[in-house]
Design a binder for this molecule. Structure first.
Ligand SMILES: C[S@@+](CC[C@H](N)C(=O)[O-])C[C@H]1O[C@@H](n2cnc3c(N)ncnc32)[C@H](O)[C@@H]1O
Length: 319
């Protein structure tokens, strides 16, 4: 079996180590011939793991660079692998066009890859002075710089509140409004300078970390995409289907947890006294959470905030 995406073929030497790979495979037990949607192809690590298990994989990513890496995988795996560029929120339409009425598994590994974070030109990180862009899909949407200049102070505070502490978001918004009054914020360095003045920098986490995360999530409407994708995945999953979501941010994890809990089938009325909310095939029969091992966190420190949540559907139609 060939090993897809060898290091020398990865663009610019940038890579991404798939997080919670072992836990994902153990929890979801992908089988030969199963149909899986990987909504967040990235560097193809998880997709390769599914292909190695004999699955058919329909992969998506909204970053055009991912399409180039997907070409390499297609050479190795032929018809078992397809890549469609776009937002995973549209997975139902994409699956329908591919002739997949139902699937056995859906994987979402949220956020951005190490490769995107480490690309100085994308503006995702404040380690380099780069244009304030932060778009995963560089076509059509507003950049981070546009948002920082278009939103009023109250909306900026709401934007920052997604990833910052109460009070901190209002301070950040005020600092941005003050700085942009003097001149346009054009680079990541401009933003760091603006908010550096807003918060003390003695803390262990760089003051800009949470502000950059909140801005990236807003630029890419990450929570909105997730909220559209979860019900679409639930509808697409056939009997025995598994939904697996890896998140790195508490707000994302909270939404996934709530969704899974809301859609876990209730006990039959006779036992619980509560009317059954879903027909057997609409909901999950159980859900669980998995965390990275200490070894993985040491090997790949970026995995430390990762959470995997899995929902399993009933495996027989007559449930
Ligand atoms: C954490 S990386 C995934 C890494 C991948 N699992 C691997 O093993 O290489 C997340 C990827 O999902 C993509 N992405 C994030 N949100 C998306 C969305 N709503 N629709 C499609 N792709 C998305 C990003 O562009 C990025 O390439």
């Amino acid at each position: 079996m060939r090993n897809s995406l060898p290091e020398e073929e990865v663009m610019d030497g940038r890579r991404h180590e798939p997080v919670l790979r072992g836990e994902l495979l153990e929890a979801t037990a992908p089988k030969e011939g199963e149909r899986w949607i990987d909504g967040t192809f990235g560097f193809g690590g998880h997709a390769t793991a599914l292909l190695e298990r004999g699955c058919l994989v329909l992969a998506m990513d909204r970053d055009p660079e991912a399409a180039q890496r997907a070409d390499l995988l297609r050479k190795d795996w032929g018809d078992r692998f397809r890549f469609i560029p776009g937002n995973f929120a549209a997975m139902a339409e994409v699956a329908g066009e591919a002739g997949w009425e139902s699937v056995d598994g859906v994987l979402l590994d949220l956020g951005i890859s190490s490769g995107q974070l480490d690309d100085p030109s994308r503006g995702f990180s404040f380690r380099w002075d780069a244009p304030l862009d932060m778009r995963m899909d560089p076509s059509g949407m507003r950049t981070a710089g546009d948002l920082l200049h278009e939103l009023d102070e109250a909306d900026l505070a709401r934007l920052f509140a997604v990833a910052t502490y109460p009070g901190e978001s209002r301070r950040l918004a005020r600092a941005v409004v003050r700085a942009r009054g003097a001149r346009r914020l054009q680079t990541t360095g401009d933003l760091v300078a603006a908010i550096g003045a807003a918060r003390p920098s003695r803390k262990r986490i760089h003051p800009a970390t949470r502000a950059f995360l909140a801005l990236r999530m807003a630029v890419n409407d990450e929570l909105g995409s997730l909220e559209r994708a979860l019900p679409a995945a639930l509808r697409l999953l056939g009997p025995g289907g598994r939904l697996a979501v890896i998140s790195f941010h508490s707000e994302e994890d909270r939404r996934v947890k709530q969704f899974l809990r809301e859609h876990v089938r209730r006990e039959p009325a006779a036992r619980s006294g509560v009317e059954e909310k879903h027909s057997p095939m609409e909901g999950f029969v159980r859900q669980a959470r998995f965390l990275p091992s200490k070894e993985e966190i040491v090997r790949n420190p970026r995995s430390r905030s990762a959470r995997l949540r899995v929902g399993w559907k009933e495996s027989r139609r007559d449930g």
